[in-house]
Design a binder for this molecule. Structure first.
Ligand code: GTP
Ligand code: MG
Length: 320
């Protein structure tokens, strides 16, 4: 199989198996490529009732589809060239990000309240629907709203401003309100099924940390909270990678971390992605509607800053 063909495999249904075999796999609990990729070959063969070599072929295909294989640096380069990017509607911010937010990556926007994290999430949910030549991916967005701050009115305004039909744009944003950290994790679990079926190319979690902080306050809960949050982020990272989706998470950090002594996730930076690959953008307030974005610890991007503004139309560059 060519790598282009392998890249098309996103679900068990794409493995080229017969419907009855797919059903057998499903019934036996092998519902995802990952479940198949890590299956024991003899177990899979006997449970589903197929010969061992066939089982091995299915497992190998699933592993290839997930990228669990050796590749040369050149192949890796070619793979990375396929990465999609979504514009933020600010050239300066796009430049900072290396051309927009990337698929197969988690991008974290962190900063104090009112720094524009939610506005950026709205803008990207609109822009992902744009045609490729306009900075989109012609895909849909899945918006996990943990704070209840999603506003369709903003989507409407931003859609009009980029010349898209607002009702169509709203139809292409699937919204889910997460009411607790467990609920948030369950939604992401379900999203594994939804994403490939619904052509979702952008997944937003706004904010990713709020429920975890509220439910596990203080130093005494820190270990368990971080453990759960890590699991959640790991899951999001896998979604980004497997489904070629841009994952955007936000993280509110306090202005004065010293007030919240003993809680490192409230410290500037938060370090929630410290161990997860991704891009981290710190936002802070400038004069008026200006906001300053700074990239932090991105291995492939230089540490620099960009200024943008929040307008009625959405995220924009400062007019010079
Ligand atoms: P928290 O969720 O509280 O941490 O803040 P946040 O970083 O998500 O901030 P958010 O993205 O909600 O940004 C709020 C800011 O965006 C406001 O202070 C306004 O300056 C700006 N904003 C929001 N809606 C509009 C709008 O309709 N028009 C304009 N011009 N600005 C807006
Ligand atoms: Mg917000």
């Amino acid at each position: 199989m060519s790598s282009a063909e392998i890249r098309k495999i996103r679900r068990v249904e794409d493995l080229g198996l017969s419907t009855s075999l797919i059903n057998k796999l499903r019934e036996a609990g092998y519902r995802t490529l990952e479940a198949i990729a890590v299956a024991n070959v003899n177990e899979l063969a006997s449970i589903v009732g197929i010969p061992t070599p066939t089982a091995q072929r299915i497992i190998n295909k699933a592993r290839e589809a997930l990228g669990l294989r050796f590749m040369t640096a050149l192949e890796l380069k070619k793979e990375r060239l396929h990465i999609g990017r979504v514009t933020t509607s600010s050239k300066k911010l796009d430049e900072l990000l290396g051309g927009g937010v990337e698929t197969r990556t988690i991008t974290e926007f962190f900063g104090e309240y009112g720094t524009g994290k939610t506005q950026i999430c709205h803008q990207l949910s609109v822009n992902v629907q744009l045609p490729k030549e306009k900075g989109g991916l012609e895909g849909r967005a899945l918006y996990i709203d943990a704070e209840g701050t999603f506003r369709w009115e903003r989507i409407d305004a931003m859609a009009r401003a980029v010349g898209l039909d607002p009702d169509k744009v709203m139809e292409n944003i699937i919204w889910a309100r997460a009411i607790s950290s467990d609920h948030q994790m369950a939604i992401v679990e379900e999203a594994m099924d939804l994403i490939p079926k619904e052509n979702i190319r952008l997944l937003v979690v706004d904010s990713v940390t709020g429920h975890f902080r509220a439910e596990y306050p203080g130093r005494e809960n820190l270990a368990v909270r971080q453990q759960k949050l890590n699991r959640h982020l790991h899951q999001l990272g896998r979604i980004a990678e497997i489904y070629d989706v841009a994952v955007i998470v936000t993280n509110q950090v306090m202005a004065r971390p010293d007030v919240f002594y003993g809680d490192p996730t409230t410290a500037v930076g938060g370090h929630i992605l410290a161990h997860a690959p991704g891009v981290r953008i710190q936002l802070r307030r400038g004069r008026g509607n200006r906001r300053i974005a700074r990239i932090v610890d991105a291995p492939h991007l230089p540490e620099s800053e960009a200024v943008f503004i929040i307008t009625d139309e959405g995220i924009r560059d400062i007019e010079e």
